[in-house]
Write a protein that binds this ligand. Structure first.
Ligand code: SAH
Length: 252
């Protein structure tokens, strides 16, 4: 049985949308609401729109930044109404919901929704493993924030009721997936080393780090794999050389 995903709202400006999101979640059996720097919260308009889902508002966690809201998450999906050229792999809401049913009980997932006016920034989408779109009218495709949450929460509920769509292949000794924080530390370390060896020109970085992030996000690396990669980076920097498979807990 997979775990229910957390819903993360980034920079919400209208408190009514936070309340309507709580209602949308509770009707579909979701309960974990995380808010990143909401403009107005708590607020009576949020309570009014929650209409019986105030408990979710009371328990909502408020974070200053998106990485803080993603702490402990292993699979992060960014909901976006807009196609972007370098946004990485993309799923429909239905495909994302089906993917969620395949995740193990130990895997924490997050569904991230953007601001009413401007959505998610490219930097925020870079923190997501996949971009998720609700297929909609190409000429008027942007749903109200809480309506988008409702659609995705409904798809999650239907996918859970149906069970995993196809038998999951038994992975060979699955390891623990690396957390978002471990991946971020790896990306920071990689950027540092690439600059040191002159491969990355910080004055003219182009899209190098974004492309490398795409690669590692797509690969969904495990803790031990990230430790190996960090060991290689340290060795390049002239630090201690680490044997492959050597125990290390520094990057977990
Ligand atoms: N004008 C913004 C849209 C913001 S709507 C933009 O162009 O990005 C607020 C949020 O609802 C979005 O950031 C996204 O998370 C979600 N959303 C709205 N419509 C969506 C759609 N068709 N597919 C996926 N997410 C959508």
């Amino acid at each position: 049985m997979s775990r229910a995903p957390r819903i993360v709202l980034v920079g919400t400006s209208h408190p009514g949308n936070i309340g309507a999101t709580a209602r949308a979640m509770k009707t579909m059996g979701l309960s974990e609401l995380h808010l990143v720097a909401p403009e107005r919260f708590p607020d009576p308009q949020a309570v009014a729109m929650a209409a019986g889902a105030e408990d979710l508002l009371e328990q909502a966690c408020i974070h200053p930044t998106l990485p803080a809201a993603l702490a402990g998450c292993h699979w992060v999906a960014g909901l976006s109404a807009r196609p972007r050229s370098l946004s990485g792999p993309s799923l429909t809401a239905r495909q994302a919901a089906q993917h969620l049913t395949h995740l193990g009980e130990q895997t924490n997932a997050a569904l991230v929704f953007g601001r009413e006016r401007t959505g998610l920034t490219n930097e925020e989408l870079d923190l997501c493993h996949v971009r998720v779109n609700i297929p909609s009218n190409p000429e008027y495709g942007s749903l109200n924030l809480a309506a988008a949450v409702q659609v995705v929460a409904y798809e999650w509920r239907m996918a859970m009721l149906d069970g995993p769509a196809s038998p999951v292949e038994a992975p060979d000794t699955p390891g623990t997936p690396a957390s978002s924080a471990a991946l971020e530390n790896f990306h920071a370390h990689l950027e540092e080393v690439l600059a040191e060896i002159g491969f990355l020109d910080r004055g003219n970085p182009r899209q190098l780090m974004r492309r490398l992030r795409r690669l590692s996000n797509r690969a969904q690396p495990e803790v031990e794999e990230i430790n190996i990669l960090r060991g290689i980076l340290s060795a390049i920097q002239g630090g201690r050389t680490r044997r492959p498979g050597g125990a290390s807990d520094r990057n977990v």
